[in-house]
Design a protein around this ligand. Structure first.
Ligand code: FES
Length: 110
């Protein structure tokens, strides 16, 4: 099973195995307030843009990024494609990510 590693403000807060194809937002919701901070998710379906997390560029490229996700991120001034060339971590929507392999998730408290 894939291992998810959660880093919050650069501190490792949780490592957990999850079944293949688990939605990342479901893992975050299950652990919210205990191990990881609650994201201000609302829709759970990729349209509100509230569930932004950051992952490594190579991990992001291995996961599909549908047009809807790109458009929602763009509305928030975030671009996963441009970010992968310039930033260490790429913004993605947790409710669009289905876990396929080991993944490190970076969450920044606001
Ligand atoms: S919860 Fe709305 S976009 Fe993810």
């Amino acid at each position: 099973m894939p291992v998810l590693t959660f880093m919050v403000d650069q501190q490792l807060v949780l490592q957990t195995e999850v079944p293949q194809a688990t939605r990342l937002i479901d893992v975050i919701r299950h652990n919210a307030g205990v191990f990881v901070p609650a994201l201000p998710w609302r829709c759970g379906q990729g349209s509100c843009g509230a569930c932004v997390v950051f992952i490594a560029p190579d991990a992001s490229q291995a996961l599909p990024c549908p047009r809807l996700e790109q458009a929602v991120l763009a509305r928030r001034g975030l671009d996963p494609v441009a970010s992968s060339a310039t930033l260490p971590h790429v913004p993605r929507l947790a409710c669009h990510i289905q876990v396929a392999s080991d993944l490190t998730i970076y969450i920044h408290k606001e």
